[in-house]
Ligand binder design. Structure first.
Ligand code: AMP
Length: 623
């Protein structure tokens, strides 16, 4: 298995980790009568490359479009000179601000800086990641002229905040309650860190849910027990940067993830890479020029290749075209679906290898798989669909729900169910997610597959007081490892000899945050949010000034009137240039004063001017 492959299997699950979704959630669940007028709970698929938010409303799931009208939002955060940008706005300026545009932070969350996977990733990222306290990764950026560093949870919280705001705009109400999905193989630390990110974003995370489980719920497979038997559902999830296969056993409202496999570094971006390589070679052959090394040309080419790749999912040919790609030379080439498939043959084949790995982990034969579900934008590629279908000897593939929305879709259904917003058709649903890594207990608690602790991951240590002096091997201690419905581990213990309950303290795990740190981050998040608002107000004032300048060009105005308008506009421009740290109130004051000046000028005019009404309307809008 190569470094990026992951697979795990699980032995039959013990009672201690079987939960009703309602267990431990009582304080979050309200009686039916009080639920009518509360804001709906949302489902968020927090992806490596893209995120998606959905809500149950009007008796159906609605995928919520963002401010750009897009149903998925890049999981990117940028720190620009004048403020923070989230989602599409962040991704769109990556070219001009690569070192301060942070993406793929899901690869860092809940991990240590020295993890080999982190070490491998950071090598290729244009933004800087360093080792922070307790070996936690810190992302270093330049924000408004100062160096700032953030934990992965903080960057994730910014993406979650964006998704929260997208939902709030759509629903015209404040949203607090949310389910966030994570890969089934996420460790306890990764789940806890994701939950913390939600808290920093001001969300009440009612559940951390496994992505394949959410996809299965989207298709209603909670209701498919036939002849009293469980169904085996294989979820094949090929997204932008990651590939996960999971085998779920579903029946009587229970979901158990029996095994997962996949590749944390295989997805649509790898297929784009192959097209880019192909074009770079063609450009070199045709024009004797090498664009490797020119980041901007490469990025523009990559965008065109990704577009062509999407077209090739529906058409047998596509054109890749970039004007003035490099050294003033335009580039255009036609590519066939067959050529695209050939270029990616080995990568596509890796997908079926991982299906086999997953089935091995679950100890079932492919004929034992009842249902196959396709998730992730890259499963739109016909060749990928064909390979999966051939592997399962023609079995029907479930792909009716947009593959990049299916996870958020299922999370929204479950969120509504937990929050009492859906009718009783999901009653008694029980989710039992895979224990991501098996646990070994010594004095220290480890997760990992090796029998030797040195190869496993130290989760924490506990001190157990009150054990009476006794010969070696005599004291017996009952330790309970309890994984709650979010997959989060707590450890408790009792001394058997005297029945005394001893207190056990699990020391802070390296990758985790303590409540005080979370509180500090919540406060910082509020400050960043206020700064975002400042930036919005500043942009709005700049737009207003531009409008006034356009008005001043109207031939219906006298020269002194034009001059007064221009001067008023120029004064505000000068003020903006010298007041970078202005507060929202100060910016608003400038706007009001400029509006008042323009109104005064209008009143002074006798006879009125035709654009008078338009201008006033625009002023009112601006205010
Ligand atoms: P996801 O992470 O599930 O949102 O998937 C994102 C990936 O899906 C990106 O790499 C996209 O380029 C890819 N994708 C989206 N639509 C298509 C399509 N029609 N054909 C091929 N790949 C697609």
């Amino acid at each position: 298995m190569d470094e990026n492959s992951h697979s795990l299997s699980t032995t039959p699950l013990t009672d201690s980790i079987v939960h009703s979704p309602y267990q431990g959630q009582e304080e979050e669940l309200l009686p039916m009568a009080s639920r009518r007028n509360i804001a709906p709970a949302i489902g968020i698929d927090l992806g490596t490359t893209y995120s998606c938010v959905a809500v149950w409303q009007n008796n159906r799931v609605e995928i919520i479009p963002n401010d750009q009208g897009n149903r998925i939002t890049p999981s990117s955060v940028a720190f620009a000179e004048d403020g923070r940008l989230l989602g599409d706005a962040a991704k769109n300026q990556t070219d001009v601000n690569p070192t301060n545009t942070v993406f793929a932070v899901k690869r860092l969350i809940g991990r240590r800086f020295s993890d080999s996977s982190v070490q491998n990733d950071v090598k290729y990222w244009p933004f800087k990641v360093v080792a922070g306290p307790s070996d936690r990764p810190r992302i270093v950026v330049n924000y408004r002229g100062n160096q700032k560093d953030f934990y992965a949870e903080e960057i994730s919280s910014m993406i979650l905040l964006k998704m929260k705001e997208v939902a709030e705009t759509y629903l015209a109400t404040t949203v607090k309650n949310a389910i966030i999905t994570v890969p089934a193989y996420f460790s306890d630390s990764q789940r806890q860190a994701t939950k913390n990110a939600g808290a920093i974003a001001g969300l009440n995370v009612i559940r951390i849910m496994d992505e394949p489980t959410a996809a299965a719920i989207a298709y209603g497979f909670d209701k498919i027990t036939v002849d009293g038997n469980n169904k085996n559902v294989l979820v094949f999830d090929l997204g932008g940067g990651t590939f996960d296969v999971s085998l779920l056993s579903i029946g009587h409202g229970n979901f158990v993830v029996r095994a997962t496999a996949g590749d944390t570094h295989l997805g649509g971006e790898d297929f784009d890479d192959r097209l880019v390589d192909h074009c770079v070679k063609e450009f070199k052959t045709k024009y004797k020029k090498d664009i490797i090394g020119n980041a901007k040309s490469l990025r523009r080419l990559r965008t065109a290749c990704e577009r062509a790749k999407r077209i090739l999912s529906f058409s047998s040919r596509a054109t890749i075209q970039v004007d003035c790609l490099y050294d003033g030379v335009d580039f255009s080439t036609r590519i066939s679906q067959a050529r695209f498939e050939e270029l990616n043959k080995d990568r596509f084949m890796r997908c079926t290898d991982q299906i086999e790995e997953c089935l091995r982990g679950a100890q079932i034969d492919k004929t034992g798989v009842d249902v196959v579900v396709l998730v992730g934008g890259s499963t739109r590629i016909p060749k990928v669909q064909q390979l999966v279908q051939d592997f399962f000897e023609g079995k029907e593939l479930f792909k009716g729900i947009h593959p990049d929305e299916a996870v958020a879709y299922g999370a929204a259904i479950y969120a509504a169910d937990l929050h009492g917003q859906r009718k009783k058709d999901m009653q008694n649903l029980v989710l039992v997610d895979v224990t991501p890594l098996s646990l070994g207990i010594t004095v220290k608690i480890y997760e990992g597959e090796s029998a030797e602790t040195k190869y496993n991951n130290l989760l924490g240590e506990f001190r157990l007081g009150g054990i009476e002096p006794a010969p070696h091997g005599v004291p017996e201690i009952d330790a309970v490892l309890d994984i709650d419905a979010n997959g989060i581990l707590t450890v408790s213990a009792q001394v058997r000899s005297n029945g005394a309950k001893n207190e056990i303290v699990i020391s802070k795990r390296n990758a985790d945050l303590i409540p005080e740190e979370i509180q500090t981050m919540v406060e910082a998040a509020a400050r960043y949010k206020a700064e975002d608002k400042e930036l919005k107000m500043r942009i709005s004032l700049e737009d207003f000034v531009e409008k006034v300048k356009t008005m001043a060009m109207d031939p219906g105005l006298s020269d002194p009137e034009k001059k007064s308008m221009e001067e008023a506009a120029e004064n505000v421009i000068a003020w903006l240039e010298t007041n970078h740290a202005a507060t929202i109130d100060e910016i608003n004051k400038q706007k009001r004063e400029l509006a008042a000046t323009i109104r005064r000028l209008m009143k002074l005019r006798r006879g009125g001017i035709p654009y008078d009404e338009v201008l006033l309307l625009s002023l009112e809008e601006e205010e």
